[in-house]
Each structure stands twice: as C-alpha cells, then as structure tokens.
Design a protein around this ligand. Sequence first.
Ligand SMILES: [Zn+2]
Length: 437
Amino acid sequence: MGRRGFSKIRLIVQVVSLLLIITSCGETKTVEKPELKPDTIAVVENERFGFDLDEYDVYLDTVRNGWTWGNILLPYKVDQYTINTTALAAKDSTIGLKYILAGKPFTILTKKGDTSRAVQHMIYEPDVFSYITFDFTQDSVEIEKKERPTSIDRKMVSGVIHPNSNLSVELGKSFDSYMMSAAVVDAIEGVYAWSVDFFKLQAGDRFVVYYDEKSVEGKPYAVEQISHAWFEHRDDGMFAFHFTDSAGEVSGFYDHKGREMKRPFLMSPVKFARISSSFNMNRFHPIYKTRKPHLGTDYAAPTGTPILATADGTVSRASRSRGNGIYVKLKHNKVYDTQYLHMSKIADGIRPGVRVKQGQVIGYVGSTGAATGPHVCYRFWKNGRQINHRSEKFPKSEPMKEEVLPEYMKYIEPLKKQLDDEIKTLKDYTPDENENS
Ligand SMILES: [Zn+2]
C-alpha cells in the first residue's frame, strides 16, 4: 500500500483510533494501518520469495567468511560445472551480482522428502530491499532479481507528557521498536527545534503527530517525513505542516498562518542531553567553591556528542583557555554572539573566519577547563551582554510569499481539521496528589 492508498483507508483508520481511545488506558497510541485481508486471492500460508514453503524442504543458512559459490551449492548436489556457470551468469546478467558476501542469508529449497538434498531453488538476499532467485530445475540456471514490496504509510501518534518524563519516554510507550521510536522523536525535534525547548517540557504538554513511515515487507524501518503535527507547550499549541508548493519554490515546515517554522536560533546546541545547570546570577560554583554568576546554560551529554551551531554565523574564536577549556565562539550578526565551552575537540575545519550554518557540527562535548563532567556550557550575548537565551523572545519568521499563501491554506485545511479532531480526544494531564514535579 503506497501513499495513494491513504485516503481510502483514512476512514477506517479513524474508526480504529476511536476504538483505541476507548479501550486503551495509556496516553499514547499509534494508529496502525488496518489489516486488509483479500478474500478473492488464495492466501498461501507459508509463502516466501514467491514459493509455498510447505511444498519444499527448506534450508536456511548464512554465507560465512571466505565462502565461494561452491561452499553454498556443493552440499546440495550441484556439480562444479554448474556452479561455475551460475557464478558467471550471476555476474554477467543484468543483476550484476559479482560477489556473494559473508553475513548475507540464503535459502535452499529441495524437493520435499528428497534425502539427497538436490537443490531446486536457491534464494540469496543481498539487502533488505531485494532478493535473487536461482532456478535449478531448468536446462540452464535461471536467475531473477525481485524487489521486496516497500510502502509508505501514514501513521499517527499522540500523547501527553507526564511529570519527570520526556518525549522519548512518552513515545516509547507506543512503539515495539526502539529504532522507530527514536526516529519519530528525532523527526519531531527537528520540526520544532526552533520553537520548543525540549528540555523545558512540562507535565501536561501534549502532541499529535502524523508522519509517513517507510516499511519493507511490512516492517517499519524509517520515518520518511512528518506530514502535519501539533505540539502544545505550556498551553501554547503550535501547528506544523510540511508543504511544497506546486512551483517547487517553497518547501519546509510552516505554521497554520503560513509562517516558516525556522527561527534564528536552535533552542539548544546538543540533542538528547539534559540541562545540568541553568543561567543563574547567584550560583555556588562546584569548582571555585564560591558564589559566582553562571552566565550560561550547561547541557550534560556523553563525551563526543556533537555540538551544533545554533544559528548561521562566522567563527570568531576556536581556541583553548584555562577556565573555558577548548571552546568555539560564533558571531551571528551585529546583535548576537554564542559560545560553546569545555569541548573535547573542535570539529574539522572550524577556525576563525569560517562561515557556519545553523545545525552544523562545530565541536564535540568534553570536560576540558573548569568542568566536573562532560557537558557543554552554552553562552549567549545580545549587544555584548550575556543573557539567558532560554528566556529571550526571538522575532517570528516572515510569512510565506503572498502568491503561494492561498495554495498553502487550501492544502492544510483538511490536515488541520484532522489535527483539531484528534486534539479534542486528547486527555488533559491533571497531576494527582501523589505526584511532585
Ligand atoms: Zn556553564
């Protein structure tokens, strides 16, 4: 089922999601594509690679180090001549299979009950997207490459942040696969990186996210794209729609008024970290053992975690000092500068005068200088004065071009309605007496 199938199943999906809301006591849910059971096609119970495996004896194996075609085929009664022609044919055919590789799975099918194990078909799997079949029942070996069915399906996930929790934890409740859960978190943080401080999420923050999931043979393996989403932080709900106009001039995430989601500064210079010390004019310093203002925000993260430039700018310093350790300072414009301290290492090519893009890796987390553990101390200047970037209000982005706006508003109308409907079903989080956050 490809992207086009979505509108047809949308109604069913909504019915399923209603059922889930009623029957589920958790706060986060995934709407799975309803299982479509064709009733006019004979369904082979144990079908794989286009074969009914119940009709064969099946041998599953994996190519070992140093193996050649002979190691695979000789035990299954293939003579050396046929092995050579098979290897040649595989190489010369349009499939262009030059080598068999260690670690790749293969399957041998023999006639049911054949104790001599003479191969009839062999299937070699070069990657997750395809497999190659070898038919040994003909006069000459027939080789075919088959692509596995891949699909992109619209999925929805929603939830409420609980006390002492975060997006990863809440989303994790909806996924069997950590890989997919992390991919969705990453995608959400990407969309809202400019408008939500994911370190400041509060109990009661809520979200609804529709995204396109990539699967091969029904197994999800990646997020293609977030389609539309809503994230409510401190009672401030923010819509995001992915949009490309018909002329292909405008593309990105925009809010419900058509304003681009991009902001001048990323909310934080590291992903997946925690704030270990906030901007504080009266902090007791753990190393200097005195009260001195902490004019930055510390993000604790494992040594080696990439540190990102929070905005486009020019490197003004890439250096080392006793207190700062290894650090980089960026000049963004006449008003703003940022600085990143205690790095283990400066990224390749980052030196004074070099231009950097927002989100570019400029260094790696460490604990050089006056630091008790691996973290990045992020400092922010406005007109030469250090300020707390987390309480700074940045100007909203410009609206999109006047001529594109009508097309955009028309495009988002049904999507926004879908979000609005889903938001109505979300529970508010109300803390009970046992919880302290
Ligand atoms: Zn600091």
